[in-house]
Ligand binder design. Sequence first.
Ligand SMILES: [Zn+2]
Length: 196
Amino acid sequence: MKYQEYKELSDAMEQAAHKFYQLRYQMSNGGNLSMRAPGHDWMLVKATDVAFDEVCADTIVVTDFDGNLIEGNRKPSKEALLHGAIYRELPEVCAIMHCHSPYATAWADKHETLDFSTRHSEMKLGGNVPVFDTHSYAVPKEYFPMILEEFRKNKEMNAFLLRGHGQVTVAGTMREAAYLAELVEETAQISLLAGR
Ligand SMILES: [Zn+2]
């Protein structure tokens, strides 16, 4: 990566992605994660067709919020546009985790929101984790306003689920975004085990 000042950010992305691959929260080459590049309307984002265990400085690209390449010679993930729209809307968000974790995805199949099955999740997950049905393997642009509107309505919102797809969490740091995604997955697992 040419931009040496982004090394700390790409290291944080690498660490989170490898952990999620080991946890089996993201298998194969789907999912995406990104971080805001300080001082620019740019983001560091995983390249397309890269598995989470392959995320490193060479497989992360820098793009603007419309997904146009600033640095790197790979195409950005198809989900980059959604991440850019979220960074544009929410200046406090500096990291986004998106994965197809199994329990969260299973929960989204038949529910409209994530039930808070633990006190911990109730406290940490911003009062509401909505489920959006975006009818595609990557969130199409026409669904962005609906998702951004939900963030406007609920300032505490930091996670949402995508039916037939996975989950997305947003935070100030990659560590925090990853913790939120783990909590979403744990909460969905407990809710399903409890027969909700
Ligand atoms: Zn996805």
